[in-house]
Write a protein that binds this ligand. Structure first.
Ligand SMILES: Cc1cc2nc3c(=O)[nH]c(=O)nc-3n(C[C@H](O)[C@H](O)[C@H](O)COP(=O)(O)OP(=O)(O)OC[C@H]3O[C@@H](n4cnc5c(N)ncnc54)[C@H](O)[C@@H]3O)c2cc1C
Length: 392
């Protein structure tokens, strides 16, 4: 994809920093409304991004274009295991998720934005953002660039957030993932199923996600602070999965995942944050792609209104994201606390309770919210405890 360049004395309507799902979708939506948009991305594209690449169907539905060329495997259901031992397999129709490789998926999304005439400059690491004389000014290696508004879509370690003094005390968990080459028989054995294992790691879970030609395997610890020994835990998790006995590691990498759930301002002056930069991953399983896309939609609406005004006001963005996303994360936090406090009991509950299965898959598909999921868990809990006591 050619980089389109611009002289720095030109002023864009909106600069989007970061070409992940949040930045690409926001740039697409703004460019489609006729705005002059510049995306600044520090890497050259396509770039590897460590991620399970599980994209829920609610996320796919929210994309403003057909993303099927960028999807790898459509999940037919889930396998629940505990400390490596299979507990249950659930078929789900319609599907609740597909898998992607983020390099291809993210590149596809940004190509859609460029097709709407968004400008893209890659290899441009933004080091500082500031507002003066009614413009946002950005320092890049290519020089200073200005715009009327700016969106920080630059991930969990957002330079934009830091520059603007937003989210100074963010909480993050840690996930580590290996891309594993495995024999064809292992890919067939996994089939189009995503494995989740809540006995793999304290305060988190392990996963095996099927890709076209390999398996993505990782562990996530949904707890703030350093995840001590997480590499060893991943190794142990891989060793515990029978289909992964023969494997070759293509890559292994870790990264922070935001632990969303605390309301906070997500804008200042002419700048707002979307996706991971705004701390928008759910604090239970760390799903972030859907919230990146959802926050991009909200940002596009608010920016479109603000840009018409002589006194732009982005406060509606913080209000809406806190009400529509972060509030649900506070229920997700309570749900996560119960699941991670009683991982075995909750795994059994998922096996036995149809209400729980419906609620969990409903959340992934977007039929239910976290408040309803928490209520389902609280309603099912007494039965499972009584049942366990009966069995001794
Ligand atoms: C191991 C792991 C597994 C995960 N699995 C899943 C999953 O299966 N499903 C799911 O929904 N979520 C998952 N997540 C979370 C998901 O990856 C993120 O929530 C999602 O990528 C957020 O998208 P984003 O666009 O906000 O940010 P990102 O995808 O992080 O994109 C940010 C972009 O900004 C660029 N950038 C950063 N700094 C600068 C700068 N200074 N200047 C210019 N550009 C910059 C980066 O290069 C990058 O392209 C996982 C995360 C991890 C770590």
């Amino acid at each position: 994809m050619p980089n389109r360049d611009r002289r720095s004395d030109l002023i864009y309507d909106v600069i989007v920093v970061g070409a992940g799902p949040a930045g690409a979708v926001l740039a697409y939506l703004l460019a489609k409304r006729g705005m002059d948009v510049l995306i600044l991305e520090k890497s050259t594209l396509p770039r590897y991004k460590v991620c399970g690449g599980g994209v829920t169907s609610k996320a796919i539905k929210l994309l403003p274009f057909d993303a099927s060329p960028a999807l790898e495997v459509t999940a037919a259901g889930g396998i629940l295991s505990y400390a490596g031992k299979p507990i249950t397999e659930v078929n789900v129709h319609p599907s609740v998720a597909s898998t992607v490789m983020r390099a291809q998926f993210d590149h596809f999304l940004v190509q859609q934005a460029v097709q709407q005439d968004a400008h893209l400059l890659t290899g441009q690491s933004v080091s500082q953002v500031g507002v003066s004389d009614g413009l946002v000014r950005v320092n890049t290696a290519a020089g200073d660039i200005s715009a009327r508004m700016l969106a920080g879509a630059d991930g969990v370690n957002s330079v934009v957030a830091r520059s603007m003094g937003l989210l100074p005390h963010r909480k993050t968990g840690v996930a580590i993932e290996a891309e594993l080459a495995v024999p064809a028989s292992a890919i067939t054995a996994q089939g189009p199923y995503a494995t989740f294992d809540f006995g793999a790691i304290p305060n988190g879970y392990g996963w095996v996600f099927p890709k076209r030609d390999h398996l993505s395997v990782g562990v996530y610890q949904a707890r703030p602070g350093k995840a001590v020994g997480i590499q060893k835990i991943l190794k142990r998790y891989i060793a515990s999965q029978s289909i992964l006995q023969e494997n070759q590691m293509i890559s292994v990498k870790g990264h922070q995942i935001p632990l969303g759930g605390r309301k906070a301002p997500l804008h200042k002056d002419r700048v707002l944050l979307v996706g991971d930069a705004a701390n928008l991953a759910d604090p239970w399983i760390g799903e972030g792609i859907y919230y990146a896309i959802l926050s991009a939609h909200i940002a596009a609406d608010v920016i479109a209104t603000a840009i018409e005004s002589s006194q732009p006001d982005l406060s509606e963005y913080s209000t809406r994201v806190n009400a529509e996303i972060v509030r649900q994360f506070s229920y997700a936090q309570l749900f996560a606390r119960l699941v991670y406090q009683f991982p075995w009991l909750c795994s059994q509950l998922l096996r036995k309770s149809n209400m729980m299965k419906t609620a969990v898959f409903g959340v992934l598909r977007g039929d239910f919210n976290f408040q309803q999921l928490l209520m389902a868990l609280l309603r099912s809990f007494p039965n499972i405890i009584a049942d366990s006591l009966k069995r001794g």
